[in-house]
Every structure is written in C-alpha cells, then in structure tokens.
Design a protein around this ligand. Structure first.
Ligand code: CP
Ligand code: NVA
Length: 317
C-alpha cells in the first residue's frame, strides 16, 4: 500500500460518489483491500492516522456506521469521537457554519449522519478539514463504497454486472445509481411508481454513466422482469429513518417488491443478495433469503470498516 501516490485525495470531502471518478474510487478500494489484509495478518494495523481525530456527528441512530468509523480510527492510530447532535450546541441552534469552523480548530476530519443533505454540503463548505457523509436522506456513499468492495470480492469484478435494487427510491437507491455508473455496473431500480428515485438523482446518475461509458441506469416497476439476469439483487427497508410513522401505509405499496425465494428464481442462479442492514425479515426480504446461502449481507457490513478506513486514510492523512 503506497499512500504517497494518493496525494490527489488529501483534504477532499467524501460527500457523494459522483464527486470521484471511477478510477479514483477503484484506487480507494485497492487501499481497502490492503488494509483488510493487514487486519487479518501478522501486523494487525497501520497507524497512518496516528494522533488524528475524527469528530462523528450523529442526528440519527446507527450500529454499523458508528462502530466501523470509531474502530477504524482506532486501528489507524487515531481517535473517533462520538457526538450526538442533540448534545451539541448544534441541537440548540448553533449554525452548521459555526460548528464547522469550530471543529476545524480541534479535529482532523468530520463524519456526519443527518437528515438534510444540504446540511452536509454546508458543513463541507465551511469546514477546513475533510467531511465524510455517513448517510443523509439523499445519499449513503460509504455504504455503497463498501458494497462495491463486497461485489468485487464475490464476483471478481464490478464491471458489466447487472445490479437490481428493489424497493424505495431512497438514499440507497440514489447512491447505488452513482456507484453503478462509477464502477461500471448496470443498475436497475425497481420501485412502485409512487416511490421512484428522485428525478434529479436519476438524471445525474445517467450523466455519470454516459461519462464513464457503457453502463445503463434503468427503471422498472415489475419485480420479476427487473431481476431477470440479475447478478446482484439488493434491497433496503421500506421506511427509512425519519419515516417510521409511514411504515404501515408503505406496506401495501411495497409488498410485491419483497425479495424472497420465489423472486430469486428469476435472477441468475449464482446471484448474490445484498442489503445494507438493518433488515426487517418478512417485510422487504424474507428470512430464508436473508439468512440463506446467496446473501452476502454480513460481508457488506464488515467491509464498511475496511472501505471507510481507506477513505479516512487517503483524505485525512
Ligand atoms: N447500513 C448502515 O448504515 O447501518 P447503520 O444504520 O447501523 O449505521
Ligand atoms: N434507507 C435506510 C438506510 C439505513 C442504513 C435509512 O435511511 O434509514
């Protein structure tokens, strides 16, 4: 792992996959592979972020994001500092801009999970240190970076694959569209017509796909037609964080989009099943499929650690 060839990442924000060219995202995955090998080898960790601190602001719940970032910083020789937004003055009305300026005087990077994507953009604009998007209502780039590492491990490549996402046209759908375009995979989003991805995100993803050449971003409403020839079948919760009160109402619309054994018969025989987790067995995915041999969901969860360590190593070094 030679980070001296990665100077172009230093100080950059990691807010959306659209901000990075495909070849650069693949370089981050290569760093992730090296870091992952170190975690399993004789030399357990590399302290490339010795003495550095990542402030981690959370306005929403988290298991994977919190634990993987905090553990990742420790393994790189630094410190991850958990900050609940309700405990910060941010929760009492201090502005994002002032928060960004203050944190820039203390720490070396900020990871934020929040609702409004424009808050992350504002934080990145006003901070003098890298800002990493740990999920917004619009995007979840760290998850999708880890997902493409997982896909590469299981399929040997990310190029030319058919990735089909079933369910809500949400933050996961948007980041998968960007990731597909950047990593050379075809993406089909299959959602009920009331829950399609944002038109703006769709247009941006299609523009990226044209830039990277050869990949397609498609929409489909029929689940069986969508998963035909799928290499990857991906799903996510029907009601995201902040939409809990809509959960019952959404069930009716999403029921035909459940990933289950019957639907998987239409996909390729060696198709993998992915889910960013947390999952609701019996809703967006049946228990037998989530716990079955085609599911690679815990590899995805593990790869959050390795992929995010790679991001932090290249932007915060
Ligand atoms: N997938 C994911 O981001 O999980 P958490 O909500 O537990 O962080
Ligand atoms: N779409 C989900 C993803 C959770 C990781 C949410 O935003 O709650």
């Amino acid at each position: 792992m030679d980070l001296s060839t990665m100077e172009h990442f230093r100080g950059k924000d990691f807010v959306s996959l659209k901000d990075f060219r495909g070849e650069h995202l693949k370089q981050i995955l290569d760093v992730a592979v090296s870091l992952k090998a170190m975690n399993h080898g004789a030399i357990p960790h590399t302290h490339v972020l010795r003495g550095k601190v990542l402030a981690m602001i959370f306005s929403k719940s988290s298991t994977r994001t919190r634990v993987s970032f905090e553990t990742g910083m420790w393994q790189l020789g630094g410190l991850g500092q958990f900050l609940s937004s309700s405990d910060l003055q941010l929760g009492r009305g201090e502005t994002i801009a002032d928060t960004a300026k203050v944190l820039s005087r203390y720490v070396d990077g900020i990871m934020i999970r929040t609702f409004d994507h424009s808050d992350v953009e504002a934080l990145a604009e006003h901070a003098e240190i890298p800002v990493i998007n740990g999920l917004t209502d619009l995007l979840h780039p760290c998850q999708v970076l880890a997902d493409f590492l997982t896909i590469r491990e299981h399929k040997g490549t990310t190029e030319g694959l058919n990735i089909v996402y079933l369910g809500d046209g949400n933050n996961m759908a948007h980041s998968l569209m960007f990731g597909g375009a950047r990593f050379g995979s075809h993406i089909t989003i299959c959602s009920p017509k009331e829950y399609l991805p944002s038109e703006t995100m769709l247009n941006q993803a299609r523009a990226l796909a044209a830039e990277e050449e050869g990949t397609e971003v498609s929409l489909e409403t029929d689940p069986a037609a969508a998963v035909k020839n799928a290499d990857i079948v991906y799903t996510d919760v029907w009601a995201s964080m902040g939409q809990d009160q809509e959960r019952e109402a959404r069930h009716g619309a999403f029921k035909p989009y459940q990933v289950n054994a019957e639907l998987m018969q239409y996909a390729k025989e060696d198709a993998c099943v992915m889910h960013c987790l947390p999952a609701h067995r019996g809703e967006e995915i049946s228990a037998d499929v989530l716990d079955g041999p085609q599911a690679i969901v815990f590899d995805q969860a593990e790869n959050r650690l390795h992929a995010q360590k790679a991001v932090m190593a290249v932007v915060m070094r």
